[in-house]
Structures are given as structure tokens and as C-alpha cells.
Design a protein around this ligand. Structure first.
Ligand code: ADP
Ligand code: ASP
Ligand code: MG
Length: 402
């Protein structure tokens, strides 16, 4: 078998843990498999590098940020290969460029266009364990790019897809996908199997156990994806096609995303084309807008509120100020998005009402709502985010009662 294993930041968080990863990789190789390992930077490293950059600039240039941030993964990939060699295994560490990962040129959140697998194939043929620095690639112009936060998951899935791997294992610090973040609700339960679509919504809504784009790609390329812990041998969670899952609860899980910010434009002219102008400008700037609310007043003006990722707020602020769509712009990053996800919602009514009543009972005000076929998201004040998660987890009967 060809197995791609990805080890996240905590799993390679110090030298002892890298040694532990080397042992796991060695075991997989000894069992007769070909192995490609994708590693993250040591936990906290990427944040530290971002802080360093912000010491000098509020808006550091994305090109230089990519050069800076890609360094963290280079360190761990080289260290892991060194550790493996010392254990008597033939291993080789590759940067994103050396591994043939080509991306578009949207720095700090590049998309993978193509993977030239020649180098990886050749090393595998020679019996080597290939260790790839995650989260990074190269543009056609030869510039270093990174794939967005949590992007090593995407590197792993993309490599698994391009190489036709039999399995892609995402090793992290929890032993699978839970009904909600086990750090927020200790009664959360592990999910044995979850569909790509549900996992995609879950990840997009803040369940950072998998990066959302990695799930999207896994679905597209039909990659066998498993998340599990690098600290024990528990069975993990399989992310698979919906038809492979027998029983579907109505609501599968609750997610929290605190990294959201809201921009409100007040008293803008209520006339055709205004929204188009605002949102096409944001799209041109590659800013991801999530929820949008428009209230129409009586005097020919309207208020438009929308959310963007917190780390894009500065950029969005600049864009909105330049656009001069409104003289009255408010920014608020003290919000959180709480979402419930479940494919069962497609065929059941009354699911949303349960959430609204449960939150109302605890006096938590819902500031914005958006829905899709399989999710309901609500914006609440950030300070209530975790409480809202616990309330909803219980309201939908997800608490582990054992
Ligand atoms: P890594 O560094 O290995 O990529 P991450 O920190 O990105 O790990 O993701 C793992 C974390 O995701 C867990 O420690 C957990 O707190 C968090 N998490 C959030 N939602 C969930 C969930 N529904 N199930 C499991 N873990 C979750
Ligand atoms: N090191 C990167 C991050 O912290 C990528 C990853 O860990 O997946 O976002
Ligand atoms: Mg991660």
C-alpha cells in the first residue's frame, strides 16, 4: 500500500515528539508500505513567525509572509528525515517546490494547481521514505507560496490524490472527529464515520480538526481520509461517501468559529448596484465574505452587515474605506459563529427552532443567521460562543451520557 501520513503541529511539537513520529513512520514502512509523510511546523511556530512580522508591520507583504511562514515546515521535515536516517531508514526531506507542488499566485492562501509527482515517485521507487514540508508550494514564477492556515492537511490530501495513495491519515492531538471540540465540551463523542459533505461544512464552520479545503479536495479526488491521534493507537474517524454510512443522526455536530469579524455599513443608498459594487470589490481583493444581512430603512437608505475572517479584517477595512460606499462604517471582531451541522436536516423540519429556543432560554442573543441544506449558523457575542456550543450540544442530544 501507499500511505500518506500527515503529522500536525502538536505531534511534532518538540524533539521527543518528532522521534515518536519517526517511530510510527518506521512501523508503517516495516509493515511493507510505501510512505509519504507530510509535516506541519512545530506547534506555535507559525503564530510566532506571524507575530515577528507584525512587530514590523500591520500589513506585511504577502510574498514575504510566505517565505517566512514556509520556514516552519522546512525545519520539521528536515528534522524528521534526519531522525529516520539515524534509525537506519532511507529518508529524504523535500520542500513544497522540491515535491513538485505548483500553486496559483495568491500569496498566503494559494490553491494547488498541479502536482508533478516525478520526484516523489522516483524516491519511493528507490525505497525511500519521502518527507514533505506541508503548507507550501511554488508558483509558476518560482515564488514560494503557502496554502492558508491549517494547510498541511491540504498538502497531504493533494499528494494522496495525485499519487493515488490507498490511504491518507491525518495524525493530530485528538483521536478523531468529535460531535464538538472536546476542549469545549468534555461530553463530546467521537464520530466513527462522517460524510465528506458534513465534514466539509463542519470544517468550514470552525472545526479545525481538518482544514476545509482539504476535505473538499478529498471528496473531489475520492481520497480515503482518516483522522487519528499520534499519541495512541485508537481507531480514528473515517471521512467517506455518504452512502457508506448506515445511520445518520439529524444533527451530527456543533462547531465554533471565533475568528470572525463583522463590518456594518450604515445609511448607504438603497439602490440597485450598491451591493454588487461592495461585494465584487471584496471578491476582487480575495476577501472571503461569509454571512450578509441587509436591513432597509424608510428614508431610502439601507444598512448592510457582513462577516469576514478576522485576519482579513484589516484588509477589508482598507478596501471599504477606499470604496466610500458609506460614511458610517463599524467594525466588530468580538463575535463568534456557532453552527450545527447534519445531513439529516435535509429531511427533517423544525431543526432550527430547537437551536433558537435553546439559546433564547439562556438569554443569548442571535445577531445573524444563515443556513444551508445541512447547516445552521448563528452569530453571537464572542463571550457567549463556548456556552452556546454546550447548550446546543445538549439540546440536540449529542452529550455522551455514559
Ligand atoms: P494539528 O496541529 O494536528 O493540525 P489542529 O489544532 O489543527 O491540529 O486540530 C486539532 C484540534 O481541533 C483539536 O485539538 C481540537 O481542539 C480541535 N477541534 C475542533 N473541533 C473539533 C471536533 N469537532 N473534533 C475534534 N477536534 C476538534
Ligand atoms: N503551520 C501551518 C499553520 O499553523 C500549517 C499547518 O499546521 O497545517 O497554519
Ligand atoms: Mg490543523
Amino acid at each position: 500500500m501507499l500511505i500518506v501520513q500527515k503529522y500536525g503541529g502538536t505531534s511534532v511539537g518538540d524533539l521527543e515528539r518528532i522521534e515518536n513520529v519517526a517511530k510510527r513512520v518506521a512501523r508503517t514502512k516495516d509493515a511493507g508500505n510505501d510512505v509519504i509523510v507530510v509535516v506541519s511546523a512545530m506547534s506555535g511556530e507559525t503564530n510566532k513567525l506571524i507575530e515577528y512580522a507584525h512587530h514590523f508591520s500591520k500589513n506585511p507583504s504577502p510574498r514575504e509572509m510566505d517565505l517566512l511562514l514556509s520556514a516552519g515546515e522546512r525545519v520539521t521535515s528536515a528534522l524528521l528525515a534526519i531522525a529516520l536516517k539515524e534509525m537506519g531508514y532511507d529518508a529524504i526531506a523535500l520542500t513544497g517546490r522540491q515535491a513538485g507542488i505548483y500553486t496559483d499566485d495568491v500569496h498566503t492562501k494559494a490553491r494547488i494547481d498541479e502536482i508533478d509527482t516525478t520526484t516523489m515517485q522516483n524516491h519511493l521507487k528507490e525505497g525511500k521514505i519521502v518527507v514533505v514540508a506541508g503548507f507550501q508550494g511554488i508558483t509558476r514564477e518560482g515564488e514560494v507560496s503557502t496554502l492558508g492556515r491549517g494547510g498541511s492537511d491540504l498538502s497531504a490530501v493533494a499528494i494522496a490524490g495525485a499519487m493515488g495513495a490507498d490511504l491518507c491519515e491525518i495524525y493530530t492531538d485528538v483521536d478523531g472527529v468529535y460531535t464538538t471540540d472536546p476542549r469545549i465540551e468534555r461530553r463530546a463523542q467521537k464520530i466513527d464515520k462522517i460524510s465528506y459533505d458534513e465534514m466539509l461544512e463542519f470544517a468550514s464552520m470552525g472545526a479545525k480538526v481538518l482544514q476545509n479545503r482539504s476535505v473538499e479536495l478529498a471528496k473531489k479526488l475520492n481520497v480515503n481520509l482518516v483522522t487519528r491521534s499520534s499519541f495512541n493507537d485508537n481507531e480514528g474517524t473515517l471521512i467517506t461517501k455518504e452512502e457508506n454510512i448506515m445511520e445518520q443522526p439529524i444533527v451530527s455536530g456543533v462547531a465554533l468559529d471565533k475568528n470572525q469579524a463583522r463590518i456594518t455599513l450604515r445609511n448607504i443608498k438603497d439602490e440597485p448596484g450598491i451591493a454588487a459594487k461592495i461585494f465584487s470589490t471584496l471578491a476582487d481583493e480575495n476577501i472571503n465574505v461569509d454571512m450578509i444581512i441587509q436591513n432597509v430603512g424608510q428614508d431610502g437608505t439601507a444598512n448592510i452587515g457582513f462577516t469576514v475572517p478576522e485576519n482579513e479584517l484589516e484588509h477589508a477595512k482598507n478596501v471599504m474605506e477606499k470604496l466610500e460606499a458609506s460614511e458610517n462604517i463599524e467594525f466588530d471582531s468580538n463575535i463568534a459563529k456557532v453552527s450545527i451541522v447534519g445531513v439529516g436536516m435535509k429531511s427533517h423540519s423544525g431543526v432550527a427552532g430547537i437551536a433558537f429556543s435553546a439559546l433564547a432560554k439562556e438569554n443569548i442573543n442571535i445577531e445573524m443567521i444563515s443556513t444551508s441544506e445541512i447547516k445552521i449558523s448563528m452569530i453571537v457575542a464572542e463571550k457567549y460562543g463556548e456556552l452556546a456550543v454546550r447548550i446546543l450540544h445538549e439540546a440536540y442530544g449529542l452529550d455522551n451520557r455514559s
